[in-house]
Design a protein around this ligand. Structure first.
Ligand code: CP3
Length: 351
C-alpha cells in the first residue's frame, strides 16, 4: 500500500515522494512555474532587467511566491537562473530576446585557467539571501527547491557563449582538446558544490540539478563529461540529508547512465512513459514528470487527459512528483497551468 489517507503536511509530501515513501497524493510543481506567462511577472520585468531581478532578494521572493498564490502548486522553486554562478566566476551573463549570452566564450586552456573558483560562491551571496527571504515568506506553506545547472550544461553555455543549435565550439573541444573541457567541468563542479551547499544552509528543502543539454551527447560522452561531475556534486550533498533531483532533456538514450547517478529523483521529459523509465531504472529512483509542455496550449480536456494518463501510467507505485517534462512556455495562460495543477490534485488523490 503506497497511499496515505490523512492529508499530509506539504513539505512532508514532497520529501516523502522523493524518498519513495507513501503519500496522500503525488506532489505537483511545474518547471518554470514563475515566468513570462504570468502578467504579474511581466509587470516586475517591465521595471528591471532579468539579471537585476536575479540580484534582488526582495524581487526574487515576490516572483517565487507568484505560482504558490496563483496556481496552488505544492513546491516553490527559488527564482534565479542556472547561469548566475558563471557571473561569480568572472564571466558576463546577460539575457535578451534571443536568450542568454555568456562572455567571453571559453575556448582555450588559458581562458579556462583565468576563471575564478575560490570566492565565486560568495560573489553571488544574493542568491542565499533570496533563499532566506523566500523561506520566511513561505512560512511553511510549501517546501522550497534550490537548484543549479549541471557542469556539462553550464560548460556548453560558457563555451558557446549562449544557446547554440549545433554546438560546434563544444564539439571541437570534445575532439581536439577534451582536457580543456575536463578542466572547465572540474572548476564548475567545485563552484556548484559550494553554491548548492550555501543554498542548503540558507534553507532549501531539496535541490534539482538541470542537465538540460546532457541529451545532446552520446551515452559514452555523457558518461565521460557529465556523470562523474554531477555525481561528485550529489555525493558532496549527501551529508546534508537534502534530497537531490536530476533533470535531463531528450535523454531516453542516456537512461542506462542516469541509473548510475547517486540521487533520489530522476526528472524526465515526455518522450518515454514514466512506467518504462521506472522499469529501466529498477524502481530505484523516484520519478518526476512528465506531461508534454505543449498540452498547456491545447483545450482543457487535453490537459485533464494528459494529467490522467501520466498518473495512470505511474499507478500506485511510490515516488512520483507530478510535473511537466520541461518548462512552461510564455504562450501558456495562467488558467491553463492552474487546470493542470487542479487535475493533478484531484486525480492524484486516490482513495
Ligand atoms: O520558476 C522557475 O523554474 C525558477 C526559475 C528558473 C529560471 N531558469 C528562470 C528564467 C530556473 C529553474 C531556470 C533554469 C534554467 N535556465 C535552465 C534549466 C531548465 C530548462 O529550462 O531547461 C536553463 C537551460 C536556463 C538558461 C536560460 N535562462 C535560457 C535558455 C533562458 C532564455 C529562454 C527561456 O527559456 O526563457 C533563460 C532566461 C530565464 N530564466 C527566464 C526565466 C523566467 C526568462 C527571462 C525573462 O524574463 O526575459
Amino acid at each position: 500500500m503506497t497511499s496515505k489517507t490523512e492529508p499530509m503536511d506539504p513539505t512532508e509530501r514532497l520529501l516523502a515522494a522523493c524518498r519513495r515513501q507513501p503519500v496522500d497524493r503525488p506532489p505537483i510543481w511545474i518547471m518554470r512555474q514563475a515566468g513570462r506567462y504570468m502578467a504579474s511577472y511581466q509587470e516586475v520585468r517591465s521595471r528591471v532587467s532579468f539579471m537585476e531581478l536575479c540580484r534582488s532578494p526582495e524581487l526574487c521572493t515576490e516572483v517565487t511566491m507568484m505560482p504558490i498564490d496563483q496556481l496552488g502548486v505544492d513546491a516553490a522553486i527559488l527564482f534565479s537562473d542556472i547561469l548566475v554562478p558563471l557571473e561569480g566566476m568572472g564571466l558576463e551573463v546577460s539575457f535578451d530576446k534571443r536568450g542568454p549570452h555568456v562572455a567571453p566564450p571559453l575556448r582555450s586552456a588559458a581562458e579556462v585557467a583565468k576563471l575564478r573558483v575560490d570566492g565565486a560562491d560568495e560573489e553571488v551571496a544574493y542568491v542565499y539571501e533570496a533563499v532566506r527571504q523566500i523561506k520566511a515568506a513561505l512560512n511553511g506553506r510549501v517546501p522550497l527547491l534550490g537548484f543549479a545547472g549541471a557542469p556539462l550544461t553550464l560548460a556548453i553555455y560558457a563555451i558557446e557563449g549562449g544557446s547554440s543549435r549545433n554546438r560546434h565550439a563544444v564539439r571541437k573541444l570534445v575532439y581536439d582538446a577534451p582536457e580543456v573541457l575536463e578542466s572547465l567541468l572540474d572548476k564548475l563542479t567545485t563552484v556548484v558544490i559550494r553554491y548548492l551547499r550555501h543554498q542548503v544552509e540558507a534553507g532549501v528543502d531539496a535541490v534539482q540539478i538541470f542537465d538540460t543539454w546532457g541529451g545532446t551527447m552520446s551515452l559514452a560522452e555523457w558518461r565521460r563529461f557529465s556523470l562523474p561531475y554531477t555525481s561528485r556534486i550529489m555525493k558532496a550533498l549527501e551529508d546534508t540529508g537534502v534530497p537531490t533531483i536530476h533533470y535531463a532533456l531528450g535523454s531516453a538514450h542516456l537512461t542506462e547512465g542516469l541509473a548510475e547517478l547517486p540521487c533520489d529523483v530522476l526528472s524526465v521529459d515526455w518522450r518515454e512513459p514514466l512506467s518504462l523509465v521506472r522499469e529501466k531504472t529498477g524502481g530505484r529512483y523516484a520519478l518526476q514528470g512528465n506531461v508534454e509542455p505543449g498540452v498547456l496550449t491545447a483545450g482543457y480536456e487535453h490537459i485533464y487527459a494528459a494529467a490522467k494518463a501520466c498518473l495512470d501510467d505511474f499507478g500506485d507505485n511510490p515516488g512520483h512528483i507530478f510535473n511537466l517534462g520541461h518548462g512552461i512556455t510564455p504562450d501558456v495562460t495562467v488558467s491553463a497551468a492552474k487546470a493542470l495543477v487542479d487535475a493533478a490534485k484531484e486525480l492524484g488523490a486516490r482513495s
